[in-house]
Every structure is written in C-alpha cells, then in structure tokens.
Design a protein around this ligand. Structure first.
Ligand SMILES: Cc1cc2nc3c(=O)[nH]c(=O)nc-3n(C[C@H](O)[C@H](O)[C@H](O)COP(=O)(O)OP(=O)(O)OC[C@H]3O[C@@H](n4cnc5c(N)ncnc54)[C@H](O)[C@@H]3O)c2cc1C
Length: 433
C-alpha cells in the first residue's frame, strides 16, 4: 500500500503540517482531503488490512473477525463495558469500517437538526417513510471496499501513514493565546518513542474513535479536574465533559431456527458459521437517552484500555421503547407471514424454535417485557460520545480551551443517527476542512 510505513521505519523526530491520530473511518477521507495542500502524518496503532486478508477484506470474514481471539494485535479489539456487555472496536488501518457489517446508510435530516454536527453534504438515500434504504461497502464478489481505498484520492507525496504507531499523548505548549497542541508522542512496536511535531499553523486531529479519542485527551491532561486531580496529574486544560455522555444503542434480538435455506444476506453469513438456518428480529432505536462515562485505568499507558459504562436503559424512556419494539416483534411472529418459519404447526408463538431467549409468553405484561429487555441487551456497535459537540468540542470540532486541536470521529455525536454510522463519519471527515 502506497504511503504506508511501519512506525519502526520512521525517524524519531519529524515535522508535518497536520497530524491525524487514528487511521479509522473518519480519518482517511480527512487525510486525503488535507493532503491535497498540506503534508499529513496519520498514526494507526493496528496493522494494514493485507495482514488479515480473509478477515477484513471479504464477506466470509465478517463473523469470524468477531469470534477471533484477541491477541493484542488482531483487527477487532474486544472489550466488555462495565454493564457486562461484550463489544469490539477496530484496531487496523481503516478502523472499525474494516471489521463492520458493510451496511452503508445515511441519516435523516432530523439527525443534523438535533446533533449539532456539521457539515451535512445533503446526500440522501431517499428513505421511504418507515424504511431504511441502504447500500453496502462489499461488492457483488464479496470484496470489502473500506475507507483505506480513499487514500489513493489524496496527494500521495504529501501523505505518510504510520502503522503499529501507538499515539501516547498530545504535546502542548503554552502561548499568549492559550494552550496549543504542538505534536504527538507515539511509540513503535519496538517500544521506541517518536515525536511528530506540527508546523505552519497546522494542527493535531484526534480521530481515534469513541473510545480512543476521549482516552487520549485524558492521557494528555485535558479532562474533568476532580477526576484528573485524584491521580495527582497536572491539568493542561480543564474540561468537565471529556469521557462523559458515552452511549451505546441497545440491541435486543430474537433468533429463530427456520426450516429452509434463507436468501443470501448478512444473517446468512452468520448462519454459515453457526451451521444453522436462522432468521432474526433485531431492534435498534435512535438516541439513546441513557449514557455513561469513560475513565482511565492507568494515566501513563495508552495500551491499557479505559473502563466504559453505557448505562443501558437507565433512562426509563429507553426501556419503554425497547418494550414497545420487542412487543411489536412478538406481534409480528403471530402474523400469517411468519407461519412458514415455524418448525411445527402450532398456534401463536408456539411452533417456533428459538435460538437463545424467546419473548415472554404474555406480551402485554410490561414487567416481564422489561426483564426481557434488560437481561438480553447487547450492542449494535454504534457506541458514541466522550467528546460531544457543544461540550468538549465546538461547532468546528475544535477542542474547547485549546488551540490547534480537533476531534473528528464518532466521539462527537450526542445521539446516534438512527441508522448505521460509517457513511456519516466518512462524510464528516471529507467535508470538515
Ligand atoms: C462489529 C461492528 C459492526 C458494525 N457494523 C456497521 C455497519 O454495518 N454499517 C455502519 O455504517 N456502521 C457499522 N458499525 C459502526 C461503524 O463502523 C463505526 O461507528 C465507525 O466505523 C467508527 O468510526 P470512527 O472513525 O469513530 O472510529 P474507528 O473507525 O474505530 O477508527 C479509530 C481508529 O483509531 C485507532 N486508534 C485508537 N487509539 C489509537 C492510538 N492511541 N494511537 C493510534 N491509533 C489509535 C484505532 O485502531 C482505529 O483504527 C459497526 C461497528 C462495529 C464495531
């Protein structure tokens, strides 16, 4: 891959106009755009997709990648939130766009009105009321076309992408105008420390995702004072909301073993790996209203994952939405259209073979529906927050209280899109400058 270097081959000290931390979904369109006029360095802690060709580049890999053991280098880094829900985050060039389901969909106008996120390039997939129209980043041969391909749209002579480069902290200097980001300290796989500095009024842009960007701000002493001072760390800039408002859209699902082969879809990829024919009803709603926080475990080591809590259903309106939507799923199971999925000719929900939990028998009993929602909650992998627009960053995505520092990734969202996030993050990366 052109412009991609292992960090061990880069000098210990270098200067660029702009430095992007994190080589993920939002950062490649951003790097390609900036490189037209400026020299740009991108740091990515993971390796390049060709190291894991089947897992990240083909539809055959999308299930295995989530089931693979995490050896500290694999493209999907596993973590479990303090809520007890297992989750993953991308750790590879292209970020989570290289481990995701490839579903490519745009939000409704309402998202732009409510989130404060700009710019909106106005593109739409013209959703019909009650539906979501989507495209895919996989082609008809099952090959993934991830954001890394956008690099070729940039000015390659101005662009350097360092892989296996762990950004450890942002370097700041104090000027009359306030605290300014000057560069980034990063380490390579041999444990050597490098410094990348900015020049010509350039900037540092964090694009390390909803877990990585708040983590790096906190490691760089930008954060809530009481939390930071507890650990006796001096504060570069007090910002009470760094790491707060971490939210994940709850997913509740019912799986049904079906008596015939289903048409090819994302679900059938899962089925092949589980060796069954299975249909499922997934539920996701926009928001959510419930949120939690991210906190550092260790103030000195970026490789130690922070703790994160999403507080699923803490806001009872979220719980009520789950109950309403799972109830609707239950009613759908009782329709004639679902009869052919039964294994036995029995009435109501009888006759279905559930894989995992089934819905409560009495769908109108709120209490048992609430227990179902809470006990079966899992993730839609659209977690966001930690560096919210209007709290940690301003409308231009600049970190409040600092100069030359921006955040461009899913950590800025105060709400999810109501649909999947990658298309919107790519668009923000491309148009933010
Ligand atoms: C399993 C899964 C399935 C999904 N399915 C879909 C889907 O089908 N469609 C869809 O639209 N969305 C989907 N999503 C959501 C979507 O992929 C993510 O919301 C989006 O990719 C996040 O983009 P980002 O730019 O915020 O972060 P990322 O793309 O995750 O990029 C962050 C990058 O920063 C790097 N990084 C972090 N810390 C450091 C550091 N200290 N130093 C150097 N590098 C660092 C990471 O390794 C990573 O590559 C899915 C997500 C997952 C996890």
């Amino acid at each position: 891959m052109k412009s991609v270097y292992n960090a061990i081959d880069l000098p210990l000290k270098e200067e660029y106009d702009d430095i992007i931390v994190g080589g993920g979904t939002a950062s490649y369109p951003l790097a390609a755009t900036l490189s037209v006029n400026y020299s740009v360095l991108v740091h990515e802690r993971g390796s390049a997709p060709p190291s894991y060709p089947r897992l990240v580049l083909t539809t055959d890999g999308i299930v295995d990648i989530l089931l693979q053991e995490d050896d500290g280098k694999t493209p999907a880094q596993r973590f479990t939130s303090e809520d007890g829900v297992a989750n993953v985050r991308g750790r590879v060039l292209g970020g989570s766009s290289m481990i995701n389901g490839g579903f490519y969909s745009r939000p409704d106008d309402q998202f732009y009105n409510e989130s404060g996120v700009d710019p909106d390039n106005g593109f739409s997939l013209q959703h019909l009321v009650g539906t979501k129209t989507s495209s895919s980043t996989f082609d008809n041969e099952g090959k993934r076309h991830g954001v890394v391909e956008l690099l070729n749209r940039g000015e390659l002579k101005n662009l350097k992408v360092a892989i296996e480069a762990h950004a450890e902290r942002i370097i700041f200097s104090s000027k009359a105008s306030g605290v300014s980001a000057n560069g980034v300290v990063y380490s390579d796989s041999k444990g050597r420390t490098h410094e990348a500095l900015i020049r010509n009024e350039g900037g540092v842009i964090l694009s390390a995702g909803a877990i990585g960007s708040p983590q790096l701000l906190l490691l760089s002493e930008v954060g809530p004072f009481p939390h930071v001072s507890l650990h006796k760390v001096p504060v570069v800039s007090q910002n009470p909301d760094v790491g707060n408002f971490m939210a994940d859209n709850p997913r509740n699902v019912i799986n049904i073993v079906v008596p015939f082969a289903l048409d090819p879809s994302l679900s059938t990829k899962w089925n092949r790996s589980l060796r069954i024919e299975r249909g499922n009803h997934n539920e996701k709603f926009s928001g959510p209203l419930s949120s939690g926080s991210l906190r550092l475990v260790l103030f000195t080591d970026v490789k130690v994952s922070p703790t994160v809590r999403f507080n699923y259903f803490e806001d009872l309106k979220d719980l009520a939405r789950c109950v309403r939507e799972m109830r609707l799923d239950g009613y759908m199971l009782k329709t004639d259209a679902r009869e052919r999925f039964k294994l036995e000719d029995l009435k109501g929900a009888e006759g279905f073979k559930f894989l995992g939990p089934s819905l409560p028998r009495n769908l109108s009993d709120d209490a048992s529906m609430e227990v179902f929602c809470r006990s079966t909650v899992t993730t839609f992998w659209h977690y966001h927050g930690g560096c919210l627009v209007g709290k940690v960053v301003d409308g231009d995505l600049r970190v409040v209280g600092t100069n030359s520092l921006r955040v461009v990734d899913g950590s800025i969202f105060n709400t999810s899109l109501g649909t999947n996030s990658q298309a919107t993050l790519m668009m923000i990366g491309q148009y933010v400058y």
